[in-house]
Ligand binder design. Sequence first.
Ligand code: AMP
Ligand code: ZN
Length: 114
Amino acid sequence: MEDCLFCRIARKEIPAKIVYEDEEILAFKDINPVAPVHLLFIPKKHISTFFDLEPGDELVIGRLHRAVVQVAREMGLEEQGFRLVANCQEGGGQLIFHLHYHLIAGRPLQWPPG
Ligand code: AMP
Ligand code: ZN
C-alpha cells in the first residue's frame, strides 16, 4: 500500500531500528516504547487488520510467531517472558492499519491490560 506507514518502513523509505528481517517479516523498535523492550512485528505484505486475512495468510501469521520467538530467545527473554499484543480496529486500540504484533517485556506487566 502506497501510503501505509508500515509498508513504507518495510520498503525502507522510512527509517526504523530493525531487529529482525526475512523475506516476509520485519521487526523493529517501537518509536514510542511503553516498556524497556517494545518491538513491532509486521508481515511485509500489507494486511490491514485480522479481518482482512485471506486464505493462504496462515503461513505468514505462523512465521510472525516464529520470528517473535526467535527474537525473544535471542534477547534472553525465555525465562522472564513477554507479552504479545495485537490491537484490532479502533475500538481495540489500533492506530496503524497494517497488521502488527507488539512484543513488550522488561518490566512487570499488569493484567488485565487497560
Ligand atoms: P497500534 O496502536 O497497535 O496500531 O500501534 C501502533 C504503534 O506504532 C504505536 O505503538 C506507535 O508508537 C508505533 N509507531 C508509530 N510510528 C512509528 C514509527 N515510525 N516507527 C516505529 N513505531 C512507530
Ligand atoms: Zn501496509
